[in-house]
Write a protein that binds this ligand. Structure first.
Ligand SMILES: [Zn+2]
Length: 461
């Protein structure tokens, strides 16, 4: 069975294309027949125009007679009818935006959906969150972890996510959450790619048997090794734990993703150790520094010196703008720091930065939804990346950049790649951001993983 998606806009392409999917792969991408380059080129950037439409409200005839659906901008009607002809299912996407699947590059699926249990985080600090979680995790069971994680993953899929990197707390003598999520990773393999990071929430050298637990996690089959230098008792432990984690990752041939300097302390400098190790071993592309919120508070002289090392190392960065705006700056009076790492400066320096949600309804974020579009929207505001090109290109934080952080292969909409992509109820990324466009379809190896209809709105005004 093949599927032909007609009249799609791939990423930032102003022209309409057709995507032919065969045997789970993208077999061909062609220019859409009924899309003369001239008319597409004349379409405004916000994508709200319809072709051949004097009123701007044309409905494209549906082969199956299905009703048309209004776009979120309210300026165009498009058609979703599918027909089957000669073994090819044809789906007219009416000029909708198609993106590669969303990549969640930083989330904690072991703790998700535990908010308020045993009690809410009243101070809103990272450290109270860690205390609450440390009580909750004593009652973990495999069923509990899997049920909650699956609920969160379904939320993510609803928002177009197909690739997820989840940190899993391994400062638990029983490693209950890790066992459960390793099972879930296998269970979901064909639908959602789950990468698991051995994450020492309460430290490596500051937690009883911390090193042994990390090693056990590596043996059990995690994808990446973590660390938490800013939480270790001393500066010496911060450095020794990073060195240990780095060597463990090398020994097992694993990726690295460190919760690095997630604190407002300008003296927290785990990042320079991590970047130096990555640079000297030449493995920067396989190493990620998550959070790096202390960088927000570094003096500029130190930051400029550090940036050279970061560029030499080529490591990846994950910023969690929503959660770090909530958790950081809590001990400030006014002015209050935002506590988000220097995303524009890192990006301009050519470093790879992706965005993550970090937490979904847990002790660190009572309100996470799983929507990386919301995270991106928020991230653009808080980092002041509101230039036209910055807005239009911002989908890359949660697609291509995330794929690079996760070291994914064969990612992206190109002939020969797996037919993994999403269709949004909008004609451009900018419109998707501005009008909260839903994901109307998510394809995984050519099969529908998720679909929804756009809301049928009526204004009584
Ligand atoms: Zn985190």
């Amino acid at each position: 069975m093949s599927t032909l998606l007609k009249n799609v806009r791939i990423e930032n392409d102003a022209h309409l294309s057709n995507i032919l999917v065969r045997d789970g792969k993208i077999a061909r991408i062609t220019a859409a027949d009924d899309s003369p380059a001239s008319s597409a080129a004349n379409a405004p950037q916000d994508g709200t125009a319809t072709k051949n439409s004097p009123s701007g409200n044309t409905t494209v005839e549906s082969p199956s007679g299905n009703a048309s659906v209004e776009s979120p901008s309210g300026n165009a009607s498009v058609d979703e009818g599918a027909t089957v002809a000669e073994g090819v299912e044809v789906r007219d996407c009416g000029g909708r935006l198609v993106l590669p699947p969303i990549v969640e590059s930083h989330v904690h699926l072991d703790a998700t959906m535990t908010e308020g249990d045993p009690h809410p985080n009243e101070s809103g600090t990272l450290f109270e969150g860690i205390e609450i979680w440390s009580k909750r995790k004593q009652r973990l069971t495999a069923e509990d972890v899997k049920e909650r994680a699956l609920r969160a993953i379904r939320q993510q899929v609803r928002f177009g996510v197909q690739f997820v990197r989840s940190h899993v707390d391994v400062t638990d003598p029983n490693l209950t959450a890790l066992r459960a999520l390793l099972e879930l990773r296998e269970q979901l393999r064909d639908q959602v790619t789950l990468q698991l990071v051995a994450f020492p929430q309460e430290g490596i050298d500051s937690f009883p048997n911390g090193r042994a637990l990390m090693r056990e996690a590596a043996q059990m089959g995690v994808d990446a090794i973590g660390a938490i230098p800013h939480f270790e008792f001393t500066r010496e432990y911060s450095v020794s734990s990073l060195n240990f984690a780095f060597e463990l990752a090398q020994e097992f041939g694993l990726l690295m993703d460190v919760h690095c300097d997630e604190i407002d302390d300008e003296a927290s400098r785990g990042l320079e150790t991590l970047a130096t190790r990555a640079y000297e071993a030449g493995v920067g592309a396989r190493v990620t520094a998550s959070h790096t919120t202390a960088m927000h508070s570094y003096n500029n002289a130190y930051f400029v010196k550090l940036l050279r090392l970061l560029q030499l190392s080529g490591i990846n960065f994950v910023s969690n703008p929503m959660v770090n705006t909530h958790l950081q700056g809590r001990l400030d009076t006014y002015p209050k720091r935002r506590g988000v790492t220097r995303v524009p400066e890192l990006t301009e320096a050519g470093l790879n930065v992706s965005f993550g949600q970090d937490d979904i309804v847990d002790p660190w974020n009572p309100l996470g939804t799983g929507s990386l579009r919301d995270v991106t929207l928020f991230g653009l505001y808080v980092t002041q990346m509101m230039g036209a090109a910055q807005i239009d290109g911002s989908y890359r934080f949660i697609t291509h950049n995330g794929a690079r952080t996760l070291n994914l292969e064969g990612y992206g909409i190109a002939e020969g790649n797996d037919a993994n992509f999403i269709v949004l109820g909008a004609r451009s990324w900018r419109e998707a951001l501005a009008f909260h466009a839903p994901v109307v379809a998510s394809y995984r190896r050519g099969r529908l993983l998720f679909e929804s209809t756009e809301p049928d709105r009526q204004w009584h005004m």
